[in-house]
Structure formats: C-alpha cells, structure tokens
Design a protein around this ligand. Structure first.
Ligand code: ATP
Ligand code: MG
Length: 280
C-alpha cells in the first residue's frame, strides 16, 4: 500500500460525520440518484482498500472525489464499472445499483453496462491505431457502419475536446504520436463518441496545460446537462470550480461529503482541515 502523508486526527468520530452526511445527502437528493452504493467493501489479502462505502450519486451533477494518494479513489471508480473484476486479488462486496439494477449480481451484461459508462483513466490509454480509428472504434463496436456517420462523430467529438484543429491534418497518424495531454483529450473524445450516460473521470486534467484544462472543465460543465460525472482530482480549485457535491476519502473511507462550499471552506474533521491546508 502507498504511504500517505496524513495522520487521522479527527475531532468528530468518522461514524457520526458519516451518519450526519448520509442524512443530509438523503434529504438533498431523494429520488434523483442514478447510482446508489451500499456497503461497498474492497479487500486484498493484505487489508481493506475500500471500507463500507455508502454513497448516493444524483443525476446530472458533478461529484468530485478528493483525498490523499492511495485512499481508494481510483478503486472506487473501477468498482463502478466492475473493472475490479480484472484484478482477481481484489474481493469486492456490497451493492452498486445503477438505474435500478445491481451491477454486482451475476448475469449482468457487463459490456452493455460498461458502454453506459465512459471511463477516462488517470493515464491515457489510446488504442494502437490511428487518431481517427481511436474515436471510431466504439461506434464500430456498436455496429454503426455508415462512413458518413462515423466521420461526423469523429469530427464532432474531436471538436468537443478542443483537439480537432490540432489533428485534422493527421487523422491517420498513430494516436501514440500525440502528446500525453492530446492523448488524454483523444481518450475523452473516444469515450464521448459512444454516448455514455455516466462519465468516470480519473484526474482527467493532470497531464494538461492550463488552456486544455479549461477546455475540459468547460466541457464537463456543459456535459452535466446530459451526463452524471464522477471526477477525481487533486486540484482543490478545480473541485470548487466544478463540483456540485464533494466526497472526501481517507484510507478507504468516506470522511466527509457535501456541498463544495461546506466541504472546502468549512470542513468539520481535523483530517480534512489538514488536507485542505497542505493542498493549498
Ligand atoms: N489490485 C490491487 N492489489 C493490491 N492493492 C491494490 C490494488 N489496487 C489498488 N491497491 C491499493 O489500494 C490503495 C488505493 O489505491 P487507489 O489507486 O484506489 O488510490 P487513489 O486514491 O486513486 O490514489 P492516487 O491519488 O495516487 O491515484 C493503494 O494503497 C493501492 O496500492
Ligand atoms: Mg488514482
């Protein structure tokens, strides 16, 4: 397990904070949650990665996951589209209900479920193919054959992520020839092309310059009209700019959650206070 830079010195017990937050969250979002996580635990033989996570994620909002390195943010995102299945050493238990279906139950159509969720990972993973084919890939998988439709989607989605002008004259070049920041935007365009309803974005701007970061942030603000976005970031200002709801995690647990103004400007626990001071 990674070493973490913080020690837990909360004045309030995490149970009382969690309970209070659960009540507030339940009142705030009542029937609008698109994802409901109940008692989610992820363990390895060496210990717990996620401990009893309970979280309601409402539709058309941006939920920001915050917390020090190694606290389980990526693991939580991976649990949501069952990428944790690829790691046999992980034991996952609990319920994850997405649009009324428990995705943890056997017999789920995993590829259909994953298509509804665009995952933008911490490091970009372009396919070993051209820029064009990277964006067209998901459409072909969905059975779309029309070259005109595919070309239109490639152009539209590259424009949405602010990449079109940079690549329009080299669409046949390998995606790996792009810079890391360009690859990250390409992967976002690839994800958007298959029209997911939920976007899981793991530090999507960590490799980007300020201009590309602004493009992606504005895009997310725009996208939330149609999508639910779960975003991991270490950038507190980004959380303030984008979040409708902030979840602060520490050592695999949710310590505090709520409106960004409460969480980031008026934290209750000593550990979050320290995190915010050190993070600024
Ligand atoms: N497949 C695995 N096997 C064993 N341990 C794992 C596995 N995946 C993650 N972990 C451990 O679980 C903890 C949480 O990892 P995770 O990647 O979810 O953290 P994170 O909050 O995303 O961190 P960062 O901010 O550095 O990306 C870490 O200690 C990590 O080493
Ligand atoms: Mg991570």
């Amino acid at each position: 397990m990674k070493q973490m830079a913080f020690t837990y010195q909360s004045g309030l017990s995490s149970e009382s904070v969690t309970l209070q937050n659960k009540i507030e969250m339940a009142e705030e979002i009542k029937d609008t949650s698109v994802i409901s996580i109940k008692n989610l635990n992820v363990k390895t033989k060496d210990g717990d990665i996620l401990k009893n996570i309970n979280l309601q994620i409402p539709k058309n909002k941006i939920i920001v996951l915050l917390g020090p390195s190694g606290c389980g943010k990526t693991t939580l995102l991976k649990s949501l589209n069952r990428l944790t299945d690829l790691h046999k050493e992980l034991k996952v238990s609990g319920q994850i209900i997405i649009d009324g279906q428990d995705i943890m139950k056997a017999g789920q159509n995993l590829s259909a479920m994953r298509q509804r969720m665009g995952l933008l990972s911490q490091r970009p993973f372009p396919l070993p193919a051209s820029i064009y084919k990277n964006v067209a890939y998901g459409l072909k998988l969905k059975g779309i054959r029309s070259k005109k439709l595919i070309a239109h989607s490639v152009e539209t989605n590259l424009k949405r992520v602010g990449l079109w002008n940079e690549v329009k004259d080299r669409l046949k070049s390998p995606a790996t020839s792009l810079s890391i920041g360009q690859q990250q935007r390409l992967c976002l365009a690839r994800g958007l092309a298959v029209k997911p309803t939920i976007i899981l974005a793991d530090e999507p701007t960590s490799a980007l310059d300020p201009i590309s970061t602004k493009i992606i942030e504005n895009l997310f603000k725009d996208l939330k009209q149609h999508y639910t976005i779960i975003l991991v970031t270490h950038v507190l200002r980004q959380a303030l700019r984008l979040a409708d709801h902030v979840v602060f995690m520490y050592y695999g647990e949710i310590i505090e959650q709520g409106h960004p103004d409460d969480i980031l400007k008026n934290p209750k626990t000593a550990i979050l206070k320290k995190y915010l001071v050190d993070g600024n």
